[in-house]
Write a protein that binds this ligand. Structure first.
Ligand SMILES: [Zn+2]
Length: 291
């Protein structure tokens, strides 16, 4: 545990800082390079997918781990876990979304020696803050290549939590009771991803004592509740894939959202570690070799 906290700290130190295509393109590139290097250090096959926008080229960082025995399970649809690595202009993006990236890196490290029955893809998306351009390019190409997906788990702001009453705002039009303490993890899916929502909820309860998941399943692609479409999972919904977003609810809880004060010292490392445990356990459930 102490080791994990040290690693999380090191990743945050490397990643936090404005990462924007216009105002800090070098930092955006540096983040992509850091993620690719860390994924390969954890033994994952790492590459990139190019994304064109405004006459320039950006990159989704992709890391894949295949089933160990050649031929076995390669035909099974992969599980995808993703998080965006860009920020808005003017924000160091600790919660949004270095927190999601840290979960990706920790999952990569924890699954290093895990025998798999189906492939796992870890994807760090570019240009989420630009109308989801990175994940849209990814999901529509995946669809065009007629590939299947067991599911996509998208991490969107997963590091901010407060246990005092009054620290959680209720997003408008949400049809479930939302606690006023901002210390739950929201699991947002649609009908097509209901079983993935339930699986994540179960693992959150089983592996992280005192960790509170709050699930919401929306109809269709969330058209009636635009607040539920605000990250890369929406690109997968639109391409017809089952996808779920894990989130601390961003601006409905975090006063530093999209501001220059979205810094490492505001994050809750225990909350973040619980997300790591939940996602790792779910990934093993879905893609691991059954004992
Ligand atoms: Zn974000």
């Amino acid at each position: 545990m102490a080791n994990q906290l040290l690693r999380i700290n090191r990743h945050l130190e490397a990643l936090v800082g404005e990462r924007h295509p216009e105002t800090s393109p070098r930092a955006l590139q540096k983040a992509a390079h850091y993620l690719a290097t860390q994924f390969s250090k954890s033994g994952w096959a790492t590459g990139g997918q190019l994304v064109s926008a405004w006459g320039k080229v950006y990159r989704n960082v992709v890391a894949i781990k295949y089933p160990d025995r050649p031929g076995q399970g390669e035909e099974l649809a992969p599980l995808l876990i993703g998080a965006h690595y860009d920020t808005v202009s003017g924000s160091p993006g600790a919660d949004d979304n270095a927190s999601g990236l840290v979960v990706l890196l920790e999952v990569a490290s924890r699954l290093r020696a895990q025998p798999l029955a189906r492939p796992i893809w870890l994807v760090a998306f570019c240009l989420e803050e630009q109308n989801l351009l990175g994940s849209q390019a990814f999901a529509s190409r995946f669809r065009a290549e007629r590939r299947e997906l067991a599911g996509a788990i998208i991490l969107e702001c997963v590091g901010f939590a407060r246990s005092e009453a009054g620290t959680q705002q209720v997003p408008p039009g949400i049809p479930i009771a939302v606690p006023t303490q901002g210390d739950f993890l929201a699991i947002v899916g649609n009908e097509a991803s209901r079983s993935l929502v339930l699986q994540l909820e179960r693992e959150a309860q089983r592996y992280a004592a005192g960790f509170k998941p709050l699930s919401l399943v929306v109809p269709g692609r969330g058209e009636a509740m635009p607040q539920t479409r605000r990250s890369d999972h929406a690109s997968f919904w639109d391409a017809g894939y089952p996808a779920v977003m894990l989130t601390d609810t961003a601006n409905f809880r975090n006063p530093h959202y999209h501001r220059e004060t979205d810094t490492v010292d505001t994050l809750d490392f225990e909350f973040l570690s619980n997300v790591v445990a939940t996602v790792t356990a779910t990934a093993i459930q879905i893609a691991g070799v059954r004992p």
